[in-house]
Design a protein around this ligand. Structure first.
Ligand SMILES: [Zn+2]
Length: 479
């Protein structure tokens, strides 16, 4: 028998108004779900419930949708990445870091576990996991309880450095073709998983590391499999300049011209467009191209803001008609903090408080992400939608006064107020604790793997530097 759970008298519910196409607040309302489906959102639920949750001290909101993350690598970079960048590569540390710091398989599994735990604890219920194709991934993703879109990355080339300013490429197109075929096999396997929570995304890793034919084949495969497509595009000035030198056009325009933009395409991160203040290119079309083609953008403000970069700006993209969703590209995998940073940076970039709003940001973090993934049954609380929901503790000191609970959550409390999380009707976080995975055990394994990774940097780094030379501690060690 399918069980029914009712959250009674919730002080606040962030409910979906389908007619208006937006979230609205409800006060003192009930939410009921049966199995994995929401059956009631509104005033008193008249049916019977097997389990009742007292909602008087809660805000119930839809689970957050994370459309861009790298769980197998990013948790390794805590204490490393926050202040690592290369001024001669227009501040980006991406290339130096991925060249010098290389993870092992045991560590990557722990990294995924840690990232999944951070996501669950911060109210993420759906994630696009852009990772390497390691054994055991499907089982781990299923065990996490997340709604997981597995996106195994592959490419026709690897980045290569011989100095601190020049981005070079070592090409191996056959490896890219093999990667696509392996990725499709994994995606098909994930979709057949009995949990029903796993899906896939076709993910040629970067616009600059894949041949035109691999990108086209990948796009066609995504269409044929009815799964989303994603790649990194317009994520650095080096990449922008590389694509301009190869093709005489911006990365976004080239992507359009080879036919890989459209509904079902998610670009991470579409920052360095032809109108960005760091590119100074002569066209003025990139944002319009994104909107016209129906391409979605995975917006991940943290990693870029740490370099001194920002999208220019969230509000402008939205007004142009671009669908935006959020990703947690780096640790912490905390979409609430990304929302806060996105709101602030949009206003800084536009020099205008009205360029965006908390409502627009929250829409992107839920419905925007769902739309990018081609789903109309997640990111919203409405009858018929999946029971992916977050219980926010209104008594948390950082929430009070909870005059406007979304503002309290986004601008102050963040994950501290996330009390419970349900995915597909299953409880995965209770009283702030993840029920599906062992966070502490994974952190132990990850800590050892990070030490191994750092010990190996002289072998990989172009200048054979130790990790401590590439990224010194924030304070010198005293006597
Ligand atoms: Zn990324």
């Amino acid at each position: 028998m399918t069980e029914t759970t009712c959250i009674r008298n919730a002080a606040w519910i962030v409910a979906w108004d389908a007619a208006a196409g937006r979230h609205v607040y409800l006060r003192d309302a009930d939410l009921a779900f049966r199995g994995n489906s929401i059956v009631h959102v509104g005033k008193t639920y008249q049916g019977t419930a097997d389990t009742t949750i007292d909602g008087r001290e809660l805000m119930v909101m839809p689970g957050l949708v994370d459309i861009h993350s790298h769980p197998s690598t990013e948790p390794f970079f805590r204490g490393i990445r926050e202040e690592h960048g290369v001024p001669a590569m227009f501040m980006s540390g991406l290339y130096e870091r991925s060249f010098a710091f290389r993870t092992d398989e045991v560590g990557r599994r722990a990294g995924k576990t840690v990232a999944y735990c951070e996501m669950l604890r911060t109210g993420i219920t759906t994630v696009a996991d852009l990772s390497g194709n390691d054994p055991g991934w499907i089982d781990l993703a299923a065990q996490s309880g997340l709604r997981c879109f597995l996106a195994p990355g592959y490419a026709s080339a690897r980045w290569h450095l011989e100095n601190e300013w020049q981005l070079k490429y070592v090409w191996d197109p056959a490896a890219g073709e093999q990667g696509l075929s392996d990725a499709l096999a994994l995606i098909r396997q994930a979709r057949q998983h009995p949990s029903g929570r796993l899906c896939g995304i076709v993910f040629p890793a970067q616009i600059d590391t894949c041949t035109e034919s691999l990108l086209r084949e990948s796009w066609e495969a995504a269409q044929a499999e009815h799964v989303p497509f994603t790649t990194h595009c317009a994520q650095s000035v080096n990449e922008f300049n590389e694509m301009v030198s190869r093709h005489g056009k911006t990365p976004i325009r080239w992507a359009r011209d080879i036919g890989i933009l459209g509904e079902g395409c998610i670009l991470g991160h579409a920052i360095f467009t032809d109108q960005h203040s760091w590119t100074a290119w002569h066209t003025r079309d990139d944002v319009r191209i994104l909107a016209e083609t129906g391409t979605s953008v995975a917006h991940c403000p943290s990693p870029f803001a740490r370099y001194g970069h920002m999208l220019e700006d969230f509000g402008r993209y939205r007004r142009a008609g671009v669908n935006l969703g959020f990703g947690t590209d780096v640790a912490p995998h905390n979409l609430i903090e990304e929302m806060r940073l996105a709101a602030i940076l949009a206003r800084v970039a536009a020099r205008d408080i009205n360029t965006t709003s908390t409502a627009a940001i929250f829409h992107a973090a839920t419905v925007g992400g769902a739309t990018a993934l081609g789903r109309d049954d997640i990111g919203r609380l409405a009858p018929g939608a999946r029971a992916d929901l977050v219980l926010v503790d209104l008594t948390n000191q950082f929430m009070r006064p909870a005059r406007d609970p979304l503002r309290s959550l986004v601008y102050t409390a963040a994950d501290r107020a996330v009390r419970g999380v349900f995915v597909d009707g299953e409880e995965v976080v209770n009283n702030g604790r993840v029920l599906t995975l062992d966070h502490d055990e994974a952190l132990g394994v990850l800590t050892e793997a990070q030490a191994r990774m750092m010990a190996e940097t002289p072998r990989h780094d172009w200048a054979h530097r130790r990790a401590e030379e590439i990224v010194p501690l924030s304070l010198p060690l005293g006597e």
